[in-house]
Design a protein around this ligand. Sequence first.
Ligand SMILES: Cc1ncc(COP(=O)(O)O)c(C=O)c1O
Length: 450
Amino acid sequence: MSLIKKIKDYYKKNKTYLFTTPSHSQGNFIIPVLKEIIGKNYFKNDFSEIEGFDNLREPEGVIKKLLNDISKIYDTKATFMLTNGSTSGIVAAMLAVLKTDDKVIIARNCHISVYNGLVLSGARPVWFLPEFDNNWGIYKGITGADIKKQIAQNPDAKALIITSPTYEGTFSEIEDIAKLCKKKNITLIVDEAHGALLNFAHFKVRPAIQCGADISIQSLHKTAGAPNPCAVLHISKSSKISAESIQQALNLINTTSPSYPMMCAIEGTVKYLNSQKGKKHITKLFKIIDDFKKTLPDSVEIYSNNNDITKILLKIKGVNSLAVAELLNNKFNIEEEFSTDEALLFITGIGTDSKKLKALQKALKKISKMRIDKREDQSTLSYSLPQMIYTPAEAYKKNKITIDANNAEGKISAEAIVKYPPGIPVLLPGEVIDLNSMFSIEKSQITICE
Ligand SMILES: Cc1ncc(COP(=O)(O)O)c(C=O)c1O
């Protein structure tokens, strides 16, 4: 039986007096302002693990059945519901696969959760930088050739972690990469947080799990219509990674009070995407994005190099994109996901309709005709990897002091400095501070390892 149906049925039967958590008693009393913000139904369906409602840590009943149903939909060895986002899935995957001092190859354009996983697992990262596209200010997809080189230099690595599609929508060559990893017994973990629609429509590439990755993690809230921060973690059928090891790792970091409304949201989202209606919805989304692109003025250039159609990365030729973003925000009430000197990113998904895209199209048309200062200097992210003295886990445990940033040259950082956008850690704890490579990050003080 589905979890959603089980909860609905519960209210059809005689209601039991529950002397259990949570204390709002299925919405018997809701703090008035919360009723406005969250809504009555959320409270009504916010159960704990009462009789018959199973347990996410050791599922045996309705949750186990739901997990099996979801796993069948994705055709995986096992799929886990994550009620704490892809962040928790990435950390759990790393804890399941990596032990202290295990070597893990990681593309540096990873999400900060990978750093969290490094601190908790104690693994030793070997970073590499994917190729950078200066014209667009984004990292390109990772190729099989890139990984071949990394594996040749680190044949003893236990795992490889890459992000595909990236935040900006570029895909990596997962199939080729997976083959290389399999040959060397390296576990391939793909952060597919932005790729939750891949399983339900015809994209340029197939989902990582179908291309030979061991584990992939997808946020259902980013593109697939679920509320924050619903996500799923998949283990592929061909992987040697056991479902038990992932469950154990999740139990280490997760709350013991998982949200039933969120689990229902995961069930509802996955089943909707997998239905005829859901698939048609995605096809329609693709069509309105295509139509949007066709009707843009010639001066608008769209990034279309091996990327995810739901991510619209564009620029107005010759114009600084930050200036375009400012106009969109201030004059047209349109907020982009992010902008750099080079480009603007608009994220679309299940909730995007043609009205929203038309508003953007109209605004871009108007902006194209405006006189805006031409591009002056292009700040591109040319970047070299800092030297690592301590692993993130070692650095985390060091005594720390905060010093004047001007005196920090050559010291070992105890903090992460992340350049937004594109959200890449310029410096991580345990790495040597090189003030020249810290770009325009303005910091008067910096915390270092003693
Ligand atoms: C590439 C990537 N991976 C992982 C995450 C974390 O996802 P979540 O918000 O579901 O925890 C994000 C969030 O922005 C992301 O962009």
